[in-house]
Ligand binder design. Structure first.
Ligand SMILES: Cc1cc2nc3c(=O)[nH]c(=O)nc-3n(C[C@H](O)[C@H](O)[C@H](O)COP(=O)(O)OP(=O)(O)OC[C@H]3O[C@@H](n4cnc5c(N)ncnc54)[C@H](O)[C@@H]3O)c2cc1C
Length: 459
């Protein structure tokens, strides 16, 4: 399928954000939407596991909520296991007064992406792969458009460009948009950095811990956290997992003293992590030991928080990201990880990106309609609603980054004795567990936690 030479909207990146935006634009009747991705389908790895209520409501608009619901497990609570304490920290059931999605719908990202791509195909949306964007500049034919350059030498003229191209966004770089942690540089000794290297794996296990299947389980120790979750259905039908055998998602921090984890950690590496920090430590003495039988997929990753200075930008004049910006070229918008990134605690990133796309679609479709009907209308006037969208969206991402930083700060406590007023020793983990133990006795606290995570107050 050859790449067209013009588009009303060019979406760069066919991850969950880009494909959702394409589906939402189609629902708005927007013509000329082209989606490109630099890699072949399926080369992206599985990451997210959560679909929150606000995101399910967004998917409902696109007619996809039911299908996604059928693929997932309804998680009703999150449980922290700290030493011998079992602390239920969030409880979703009472969110029924706000939404019918009063749970976290747990679906592995590769399954969500498969359904999105399938819907795109069925609805006649073409995704062009592999086509990597390498440059943008105002069009020489019409300076209200943008010429987009591909690694193959192909040039596509677009009225609007959307960077949905992930955290290392080329579009963001080409549009010269700054990218930084909103609370400043990360200090190597602080909480933000403590869980900055992690591994993620989907495994089968013998003697899996008897944790509730409708809960996300987090095993805490003084210097680490392990997530343990049963995945729904048969997430790896091609890998010979017998039907009905449960696959578990494991995520674990790698403290700096352990060095860099392998690119794709094997069973022995993961077993060692579990023996040190995992479920075997949270269960009563003498409980059967959980052993990894097979690793179906694994990866390592680094986490940090960053946000784009603006989710709306102009096109630099010569296209290499260094020139003075003139009021030429079409608008450039940033969505998903291209606009904001943060650690995976609370399972927020993909959810926020999907909602960026669904919220942008009506504004962008209207821009295309008005701009094509009024070719001589002033650029600033035409683009104002897009700027407003960007200004409304950025604080939502800041709210999520703040939430994730608070969660991370609460979960991770240092491995050293600390001193109040410089001389009174105290154990931070004990204080945290005592506080959580007390606060979570109140349903209000647990439901409030669920509401924050659900995105209902920050759609
Ligand atoms: C371990 C881990 C666990 C996570 N868990 C959760 C979770 O539970 N819940 C949650 O909501 N989020 C989670 N996330 C975050 C989630 O994975 C991301 O937020 C999500 O993938 C972002 O989607 P995206 O479409 O914006 O970007 P991406 O998924 O990164 O897709 C970007 C696409 O752009 C393409 N691209 C890049 N550059 C170019 C170019 N120059 N030209 C053309 N195409 C290009 C790439 O090939 C890619 O396909 C997790 C992340 C990690 C690392």
């Amino acid at each position: 399928m050859s790449l067209p030479s013009t588009a009303e909207v060019l979406i760069v990146g066919a991850g969950p954000t880009g494909v959702t935006l394409a589906l939402a634009l189609q629902r708005e009747g927007c013509p000329g939407v082209v989606v490109v991705d630099g890699i072949l389908q399926g080369e992206n790895t599985s990451r997210a596991i959560t679909l929150h209520a606000a995101t399910m409501e967004a998917f409902e608009l696109l007619g996809l909520a039911e299908q996604l619901d059928n693929e997932g497990t309804k998680v009703k609570k999150t449980i922290v296991w700290s030493g011998t304490n079992k602390i239920e920290t969030t409880y979703f059931e009472p969110l029924s007064k706000y939404t019918k999605y009063n749970y976290i719908n747990c679906v592995p990202q590769h399954v969500t992406e498969r359904l999105l791509n399938q819907a795109a195909k069925e609805r006649g949306i073409s995704i062009y792969r592999p086509h990597k964007v390498v440059g943008i500049k105002p069009s020489t034919d019409d300076p209200k458009f943008t010429d987009v350059f591909f690694d193959t030498g192909h040039v596509l003229r677009a009225r609007a460009v959307v960077g949905a191209d992930g955290s290392r966004s080329k579009v963001r770089q080409l549009a010269n948009v700054g990218w930084a942690d909103p609370t400043g540089t990360v200090n190597a000794n602080n909480k933000d950095d403590a869980l900055s290297t992690m591994i993620i794996a989907d495994v089968t296990a013998t003697n899996p811990p008897p944790f509730p299947r409708d809960a996300i389980n987090l095993i805490l120790s003084t210097n680490n956290a392990v997530l343990w979750l049963a995945l729904p259905g048969d997430p790896y039908p091609d890998k010979g997992v017998p039907k009905g055998e449960t696959v578990f998602r494991v995520v674990c921090g790698i403290p700096a003293e352990r060095g860099q984890p392998p690119h794709a950690p094997d069973a022995a590496y993961i077993q060692d992590l579990l023996d040190t920090w995992g479920p075997n430590n949270a269960l009563p003495a003498g409980s059967p030991k959980t052993s990894i039988s097979r690793v179906l997929w694994s990866s390592r990753f680094r986490t940090h928080s960053a946000i784009a200075d603006s989710f709306f930008a102009q096109v630099p004049t010569l296209g290499d990201g260094t020139e003075e910006v003139k009021a030429e070229g079409g608008p450039v918008m940033l969505v998903g990880d291209a606009a904001h990134i943060h650690p995976p605690m609370g399972g927020q990133g993909m959810n926020l990106g999907i909602r960026d796309g669904v919220k942008l679609a009506p504004v962008l479709a209207e821009f295309v309609r008005v701009a094509s009907a009024n070719p001589s209308a002033p650029k600033a006037e035409l683009e104002k609603p897009l700027q407003d969208w960007a200004e409304e969206r950025r604080p939502k991402a800041l709210t999520v980054i703040g939430l994730v930083k608070r969660l991370q700060g609460m979960l991770w406590v240092p491995h050293t004795t600390q001193y109040a007023l410089g001389f009174i020793p105290y154990n931070a983990a004990w204080l945290r567990d005592s506080f959580l133990g007390l606060a979570t006795k109140f349903e209000f606290f647990r439901v409030n936690g669920a509401y924050q995570v659900s995105g209902l107050g920050n759609p």
